[in-house]
Design a protein around this ligand. Structure first.
Ligand SMILES: Cc1cc2nc3c(=O)[nH]c(=O)nc-3n(C[C@H](O)[C@H](O)[C@H](O)COP(=O)(O)OP(=O)(O)OC[C@H]3O[C@@H](n4cnc5c(N)ncnc54)[C@H](O)[C@@H]3O)c2cc1C
Ligand code: SF4
Ligand code: SF4
Length: 452
């Protein structure tokens, strides 16, 4: 029966769409390119404007995905090709090898402690800490299964000398795995799916701040992106939640947040990234909660506090936590050679004055960019977000019938808006799936002949 729905992307939006569909008894294929679902929300410490723990909200939803037998997870996978039309799409999915048989892996983590390759930058901590060549993406990963990173594994990618000599190296994880789950010979496979509707939920990436040389990201040690700051402040982060400077491991005394880095700037992206004013406010409050003596300053063009409870959150940051907001455009950042402190040079736009202030840590509130380069027949806007059929009256439909779009890939947005869209798209996709299923039942009842 072609009554299934494909959800591409397992962030909070894709998870919500999959759960809503599964609840209605619809078969869902959830394709995720990473080894765990969760998306960017899984990297966050707390969420604005309530300061709820992000993983306490997300983890039960991630676990619920595993409880529905009608949600088929295709992890480490990406869509390669889509043909057909609403009610009858044919999708080819490329499933990359994990080199671990996930039907056997119980997530015990023994291999991740025994692997001798210890210096692999940990993507989950954005390179702020290291992991092994075999790893579980993060402690609450769903599914909680090990993956070998073939680029660093001595067995899968041995040094040239060993290759020439035909030597087989390592094999430590295989020897220690209690369930015999290691499969070095695993290969990619292509899976063909037939689905009635598709929901695109591939979310966003952060704009590469290295494209803005006057800020010195990637050069100055105590300069971070806001996602890196989320990891710094998180109990599962590189320093167990201690905010420490990269240069000397000391607590900062003065932190600045620079807003609109790559957003609302004709040189990079003209759109507002929507989440970052509140994210900076949240992070400044979290910094004050961790280090009550720290002085926090946010440099902004305009503060966008448009959502429910956002303005109250902003006022609370100023009043209760003493966060300083300066209306100013940062012109450049300079590192001081001796202390590795950072001098922020900015135009105070309230007083039309060029000013300078020194900080010992600076956080860049970077723009988001959509993950929209997909082999799907959807149209994109000039900014690269997936184009909506009608942003007012049909805000989750793409210009292709039967393909819907939700979350940050459709436009910059926060978690509540992403989840609302996901439920709306699930309802629309369910209609197509049920109609398609009913049609196939009619055809079967009619001896395989379609009559209306
Ligand atoms: C620093 C920071 C702080 C934030 N703080 C908050 C906050 O406090 N409160 C709040 O409401 N919002 C916050 N946000 C915004 C929030 O993260 C987003 O609104 C939310 O993550 C959007 O969810 P999504 O599912 O659309 O996308 P994502 O979370 O980006 O998930 C997309 C998923 O799709 C997968 N994917 C991508 N491409 C493909 C592909 N080709 N094939 C298969 N899978 C693919 C990705 O691996 C990922 O799992 C913050 C964002 C940042 C960067
Ligand atoms: S040791 Fe084996 S079962 Fe345990 S996490 Fe590693 S691969 Fe999985
Ligand atoms: S074979 Fe060796 S290097 Fe490769 S993942 Fe296993 S333990 Fe690590």
């Amino acid at each position: 029966m072609n009554g299934s729905v494909l959800v591409v992307g397992g962030g909070v939006a894709g998870i919500q769409a999959a759960l809503d569909l599964a609840e209605q008894g619809i078969e869902v294929f959830l394709v995720e390119k990473a080894p765990s679902i969760g998306g960017k929300m899984a990297y966050l410490d707390k969420t604005f404007p309530t300061l709820d723990c992000a993983s306490c909200i997300l983890a039960p939803k991630m676990a619920a995905v595993l409880r529905y037998p009608n949600i088929k997870l295709l992890m480490n996978s990406e869509v390669e090709d889509v043909t057909g039309r609403a009610g009858n799409f044919v999708v080819r999915v490329l499933k990359r090898p994990t080199y671990v048989d996930w039907t056997k892996c119980n997530g015990c983590g023994i291999c991740t402690q025994k692997c001798p390759v210890k210096n692999v930058p940990d993507d989950y901590n954005l390179g702020l800490s290291n992991r092994r060549a075999i790893y579980i993406m993060f402690p609450q990963a769903v599914p909680k299964k090990a993956v070998i990173d073939a680029r660093y594994c001595m067995r899968l990618n041995p040094p040239e000398k060993a290759k020439k000599e035909g030597k087989t190296l390592c094999g430590v994880c295989e020897r220690h795995c209690p369930t015999k789950a290691i499969e070095y010979e695993q290969k990619s496979e292509v899976i063909e799916l037939k689905v009635a509707a598709i929901i695109v939920a591939t979310g966003m990436e952060l704009y590469n701040a290295k494209n803005i040389p006057e800020y010195g990201y990637g050069v100055y040690q105590n300069l971070y992106t806001n996602l890196e700051f989320e990891r710094l402040v998180s109990a599962t982060g590189p320093s167990g939640g201690e905010i420490l400077r990269r240069s000397d491991g000391k607590h900062p005394k003065k932190i600045a947040w620079i807003q609109c880095v790559g957003s609302r700037d004709v040189r990079f992206n003209h759109y507002c990234s929507a989440y970052c004013c509140m994210a900076a406010t949240k992070q400044a409050i979290l910094a004050k909660e961790h280090l009550p003596e720290v002085q926090c300053t946010v440099y902004y063009m305009d503060i966008r506090a448009f959502g429910k409870g956002f303005n109250e959150f902003l006022e609370r940051a100023k009043r209760e936590f003493g966060v300083r907001y300066i209306r100013g455009k940062v012109v450049r950042i300079e590192e001081l050679a001796d202390t590795k402190n950072l001098r922020v040079v900015y135009e105070d736009t309230a007083e039309s004055y060029l000013r300078v202030e020194e900080y010992d840590m600076v956080v860049l509130s970077v723009a988001i960019t959509p993950n929209s380069r997909l082999p799907l027949p959807v149209e994109l806007t000039s900014d690269g977000f997936v184009k909506l059929k009608d942003p007012y009256l049909d805000p989750v439909s793409t210009t292709v019938e039967g393909i819907f779009v939700v979350g940050a890939v459709a436009g910059a947005k926060d978690i509540p808006d992403s989840v609302t869209e996901a439920s709306a798209a699930a309802a629309r996709a369910a209609l197509i799936a049920k109609r398609s299923m009913a049609r196939e039942v009619r055809v079967l009842a009619n001896g395989g002949v379609l009559n209306g």
